[in-house]
Design a protein around this ligand. Structure first.
Ligand code: AMP
Length: 214
C-alpha cells in the first residue's frame, strides 16, 4: 500500500506511522528524519537544508523531490511505503504523482490527522529528546524518570531546535499556509481519510485503520 500521512507538526504522525508500518510491513519514510540525519552528518543535502529547518521553514521543493525520488527508487519501497512529512506543498504533491506515474504506480490513500492548534503548541513545546540515543520524551505524557535526563543513558535531554516556541509557531503557520491546502487537494481526488488526532494514540489508530482499504 502506498500511503501519505498528513498532519501538522505535533499531530502525532510519528506515532501513527509506527503503528502503520508495523501492521502493513512497509517502510516508514520520514523526510524530516532523513534531513535531520543528513544535517547531523554534514552531507551536502544536510548543509543545504539546515538553515531552513532551524527556522521552521520549508526546504525548497526541488531538493525535496530529488530526495524522495531517490528514496522511492530503493527496493524496499517497490511494494509500498508510508510517507510522513511529505508532500508539504501542492508542487510536491504534483511532483510525487509524476515520480509514481513514471514507475506506473499511484497513491492508494492519504490519512490526515486533525488536531486543534492550541493542542499542537502544547504538545510540541513539551517534546524533548536524548542527543545520545535518540529516545523521545514528552514532559506532559511521557516524562523521563529523572527530570532532564535520559532513562536509558542518563545523557542530558535536549529540545529539538525547531521545537522551541517561536519556531513552533512558525512551523504551524507554514503548515496552515502551504500544507493544509493538500487536504482539499486529496479530498478532491477521493484519496483522503481523516482522523481526529486529539485522542489517545491507540484510539486514533483504531478510528481509521479499518477504513484504509475501503
Ligand atoms: P518534520 O520532522 O517532518 O516536522 O520536519 C522537520 C523540518 O524538515 C521541517 O520543518 C522542514 O524544515 C524540513 N522538511 C521536512 N519535510 C519537508 C518537506 N516535505 N518539504 C520541505 N521541508 C521539509
Amino acid at each position: 500500500m502506498r500511503l501519505v500521512l498528513l498532519g501538522a507538526p505535533g499531530s502525532g504522525k510519528g506515532t501513527q506511522a509506527n503503528y502503520l508500518v508495523r501492521d502493513l510491513a512497509i517502510p516508514h519514510i520520514s523526510t524530516g528524519d532523513i534531513l535531520r540525519e543528513a544535517a547531523k552528518h554534514g552531507t551536502p543535502l544536510g548543509r543545504q537544508a539546515k538553515g531552513y529547518m532551524e527556522q521552521g521553514a520549508l526546504v525548497p521543493d526541488g531538493l525535496m523531490l530529488d530526495l524522495v525520488r531517490e528514496r522511492l527508487a530503493q527496493p524496499d519501497a517497490a511494494r509500498g511505503f508510508l510517507l510522513d512529512g511529505f508532500p508539504r506543498t501542492v508542487a510536491q504533491a504534483d511532483g510525487l504523482d509524476r515520480i509514481l506515474g513514471e514507475a506506473g504506480a499511484r497513491l492508494d490513500r492519504v490519512v490526515s490527522l486533525d488536531v486543534p492548534a492550541a493542542e499542537l503548541v502544547r504538545r510540541l513545546t513539551a517534546r524533548w529528546s536524548c542527543p545520545q540515543c535518540g529516545a523521545i520524551y514528552n514532559l506532559i505524557s511521557q516524562p523521563p524518570r529523572l527530570a532532564g535526563s535520559c532513562d536509558a543513558c542518563n545523557a542530558a535531554l535536549e529540545q529539538r531546535r525547531d521545537d522551541r516556541r517561536e519556531t513552533v509557531e512558525n512551523r504551524l503557520k507554514v503548515y496552515a499556509d502551504q500544507t493544509a491546502p493538500l487536504i482539499e487537494y486529496y479530498r478532491g481526488r477521493g484519496l483522503l481519510l481523516t482522523a481526529d488526532g486529539g485522542q489517545a494514540p491507540e484510539t486514533v489508530y483504531g478510528s481509521f485503520k479499518g477504513r484504509l482499504k475501503a
